[in-house]
Structure formats: structure tokens, C-alpha cells
Design a binder for this molecule. Sequence first.
Ligand SMILES: *[C@@H]1O[C@H](CO)[C@@H](O)[C@H](O)[C@H]1NC(C)=O
Ligand SMILES: *[C@@H]1O[C@H](CO)[C@@H](O)[C@H](O)[C@H]1NC(C)=O
Ligand SMILES: *[C@@H]1O[C@H](CO)[C@@H](O)[C@H](O)[C@H]1NC(C)=O
Ligand SMILES: *[C@@H]1O[C@H](CO)[C@@H](O)[C@H](O)[C@H]1NC(C)=O
Ligand SMILES: *[C@@H]1O[C@H](CO)[C@@H](O)[C@H](O)[C@H]1NC(C)=O
Length: 544
Amino acid sequence: MLMLMLCMLGAASVRGEDPYVYYTWDVSYGTIAPLGVPQQGILINGQFPGPEINCTSNNNIVVNVFNNLDEPLLMTWHGIQQRKNSWQEGTPGTTCPIAPGTNYTYHFQVKDQIGSFFYYPSIGLHRAAGGFGGLRIFSRLLIPVPYPDPEAEYWVLMGDWYSKSHTILRKFLDSGRSIGRPNGVIINGKTAKGDGSDEPSYTMIPGKTYKYRICNVGLKDALNIRIQGHPMKLVELEGSHVVQNVYDSLDVHVGQCFTVLVTADQQPKDYYMVASTRFTRYTLTGKAIIRYTNGVGPASPELPPAPQGWAWSLNQFRSFRWNLTASAARPNPQGSYHYGQINITRTIKLTNSVNRLQGLRYALNGVSHVDTETPLKLAEYYGVADQVFKYNIISDEPPVDLKAIVNAPNVINATYRDYIEIIFENHGKTVQSYNLDGYSFFAVAIEPGRWTPEKRKNYNLLDAVSRHTIQVFPKSWAAIMLTFDNAGMWNLRSEHAENRYLGQQLYISVLSPERSLRDEYSLPDTQLLCGIVKDLPKPEPYHM
Ligand SMILES: *[C@@H]1O[C@H](CO)[C@@H](O)[C@H](O)[C@H]1NC(C)=O
Ligand SMILES: *[C@@H]1O[C@H](CO)[C@@H](O)[C@H](O)[C@H]1NC(C)=O
Ligand SMILES: *[C@@H]1O[C@H](CO)[C@@H](O)[C@H](O)[C@H]1NC(C)=O
Ligand SMILES: *[C@@H]1O[C@H](CO)[C@@H](O)[C@H](O)[C@H]1NC(C)=O
Ligand SMILES: *[C@@H]1O[C@H](CO)[C@@H](O)[C@H](O)[C@H]1NC(C)=O
């Protein structure tokens, strides 16, 4: 491996390749107390949340992960596009897990991306115990950023939290029960008690402007975030520079990330940052203290209220616009400016459903996904897919009877470079959140009711934000559009941990017919092998 690294480095310097950033992570259990009561957590290098990955567009990221848990582990890189490289995606459909007591080195490039992202452990409900952290990608020096450099940057990794361990929560799901409601909301691994004993999470110098990178890393609840007396100027959303609107509060659905600027222009004292659950019958609130460096006096106990209902949230979604003039890395080289003029070649309509009859299962178009021992991508690459899964057991239209749910690997295939529209239609009473790996998509519409082709005239075909996660409100639909120009096996999933664990996800296989290294990397020599491909001879690599 070291020799390989040296070779790669050698090759890098010869070819003037992009710089490398190295991390070594020890993933282990440790005691944490996010809600004040000690419980088992998953730490990285002793930290909860885990250490940040700090890099610049096009950097090569090398993370050597030592799994010191007693369970298999996979790390995934939420929002990182992994161009030509679903091998490094770290989802069970692409990659074999890292066995306990062993290590594995992820190697990927953050090609043409900027912004605030996060990573997390993708299997075994590990995210309920931690193992997540921030991943920030700076613009390269020559590329102008559409706002002045902030004084400093801060992470706001917020989420709902359960006081039960991930193993207990997992047992609930394995026995067909729900994990129920969370016990609290945390910000960067804790919440302020509000009794005067809290240390500040953030400090600001009067008059200066700070960048806050906000992600919802929780399990099920959308959160509204706000800061006493301080509006937030939105500058970046899931990898895109946006029109810089100012918001008193932001609804952040599970898996979404927002980057905002906040100026310290109020009386010098403490202020609460507040994150509270949305669209739930219960209200859970997490708090963090922001202190002015010359501050005197505690934060006011009076917290700003969250907005009510989801119409407010829908309006906020519609206010997010791509900044068409900000020069930035383009997430989608083909027609990124003109996505509204490309002819749609395929419409995939996905409807979620739930079955409570034989234990709890969630489905998309009537199929509830189950992971396979042999990762789908490996089965496909080795030419033994037919022994592991069937393609396209769902069709592009949801079945009439959504209650009849079949448990099976859910894999559809897409023609390389097709321009596809995906409609998510939610007939249920709970809000949904979906993430697609391998791509950014144009989030062109969210509307109440049912989708029909006539609704296309309501799409934002000019300046919709290119992003990776979209919410779908109850009894509503959402539409996204994208070119499937990244060959690989990509997970499309509910960001809600329970729904995902119990089947509300699928994989999209995008194969380049050329089998050319121009379109996709061959199986890396270092890739872990498992299941039926473990001892098979390696297929011919793709050609140059
Ligand atoms: C993160 O990267 C930026 C830009 O490359 C650099 O200025 C900063 O010092 C880095 N911070 C840390 C903590 O490594
Ligand atoms: C495991 O870690 C060692 C020591 O850092 C490294 O040399 C080796 O390449 C790693 N193994 C894998 C499979 O990444
Ligand atoms: C968009 O980006 C440009 C160029 O960087 C910047 O000057 C402008 O203020 C931004 N527009 C809006 C509406 O935020
Ligand atoms: C899109 O389809 C229309 C009607 O079928 C056709 O006239 C037009 O040339 C197509 N546009 C592109 C960019 O292919
Ligand atoms: C999708 O899979 C089916 C069934 O294996 C196959 O016949 C078809 O050619 C595939 N299509 C693409 C675009 O790969």
C-alpha cells in the first residue's frame, strides 16, 4: 500500500496532478453524553462529532479508516459526487464493509465541487451513535467566491438524538417496530442547558462576519434553525452558490446543508442559536451559545419561535435560487446553465408507501429494498448480477396497489447520459427527504397534490438550485432533473434512517457501454471483496 501511495504520489507530481490530503481515522466506541446522560457513542480519533475533512476543489482525499468497533463499518461522503468512482461511495450496494479490527483506505477526488458537506457511517444504524463530521471544500484560489472572506468559519452539525444506543434502536427495526420519537436535538454533539453554566459554542468579534456551515445530520426530523437577533445571509446550498437572500430562520431537512453568513452587529452579549423540530406533534429544541468577545450578560431566555405549518417552508424552498452569475465549479458540465431546455428522455415517478402488516417495511413503487451480501456494483462488474439481483423490478410508474410490498434488492438501470426527470410523490402524512449519490440535480418544483405532466409548466427551468437532497411534504410531490453522466451504481434513498433501514431506497445503475476509463474507473486493486465475487478471477479492467 505504501509503495502504491508512493507510486501514486510520483505519478501525481509527474503529471502535475491535484494535491493530496491524508487522514488516518480510529473509529471506536466511547462514552458521550449529548443530552446530559452518558451513553455509548461512535468516536473518530476520540472525537464526537468526528474531525472535519478540510480541502479544496479537486483535491484527492485519502482516508485510512481503522474499524475498532465490534461490527462491520462503512463510511459514506454525503454530497460528494465521486465522478466515475462509485467504488468509494461507501454504501452497501457499492462497497464491502470494513471488518472489525481491520482498516481500509478510501481514496476519492472532490472534483469540481465547493461547499459544506458531511460524512457518516452508512450501515447498522451507526449514525444514531455518531461517527459523522463536516467536510468542507474551498474554492481554488483563482476562482472568485461571491462574498468577502469571513472572519472565521464554524460548523453547525445539528440533528435529533436518541438516548438509546444504536444497537437497541436497530433491534426495534429488526423486529419490525419503529424507533419512535427522539429524545432531544443537539448541535455539534450537545445542547446548552440554559442554567448559566454553559460554555459558548461560538465566539464572534463585534462588527465581524462569520460563516456557519449548517447540516442536518439527524435521523428523522426536519429542523428549523435561528439565532436570537441575528438574521442569516444564505450564500451556498449543497454545493451551489445561491442568490444571497437574508432569512430569520431556515428549515433544514435531514441530509441538507446550508452555508450562511452572520454579522456580529448587535449588543455585545450572549445569544442562543436554536434548532427545533418541524412537522412533528412533539417539539424538541437544541440550543448553542454564541458569545461576543467583549460580551457582558447572558442570552435572553426568550427563544424566537419557529414558523408554523409547511406552507411557510414551501415558500422558503421556492425562494432558493441559483446565482447564475457567480463563477463556481459547475456541478454538471452538460447544460448546467440551460438545464431547462434539454428534452427529457425519461420520467421516473416514485411513490413511497409503508406496510405494517408483517412487521414494518417502507417501499418505493411497491418494492422494499434489501441489501445483498455481494454489493450490487461488484456483482455487476464481475458479470454475475443475475445471481444477486434482478434489474427493474419496479417500473417508472408506481403500481396502483401501493400496499402490496415486495422485499427485494431494488435496482433500476439508466442509459448513460440520458436526461431524466424524477418525481417523488408522497401520499402519506409525514414529510420525506431524499438524497441521490453521484450527482447534483436541479430541484425544479415542490407542490401540494398529485403530479401530472401539465405540472411541468410550473417548474423553475431558469435558476433552480443544483443540490443533492430534496424534501417532499405530506400529500405533495417534488420534481428533480439531471443528466445521468456519471457512470456507476448510485443510491437514491430516504434520508430518514428508519425508512432507509427498512427499505425506502433503491440503486440506479448507470453503465457506460464503452467500458472505457474515460467514463468510469476500473475496480481499484485495493477494493475489499466479499460475497460471491470474493474468490472469482478479476475481470479485465476498462480500456484507456
Ligand atoms: C482548511 O483549509 C483552508 C484552505 O485550504 C486553510 O486556510 C485552513 O487553514 C485549513 N484549516 C485547517 C483547520 O486545517
Ligand atoms: C492499513 O493501515 C496501514 C498502516 O497505515 C496501511 O499501510 C495499509 O495500507 C492499510 N490497509 C488498507 C487496506 O488500507
Ligand atoms: C451572484 O454572484 C455575483 C458574482 O460573484 C455577485 O456579485 C452577486 O452579488 C451575486 N448575486 C446575488 C443576487 O446574490
Ligand atoms: C426537443 O424536442 C423538440 C420536439 O420534439 C425538438 O423540436 C427539439 O429540437 C428538441 N431539442 C433538443 C435540444 O434536442
Ligand atoms: C437495463 O437492464 C436490462 C435487463 O438486464 C437490459 O436488458 C437493458 O439493456 C439495460 N439497459 C441499460 C440502459 O443498461
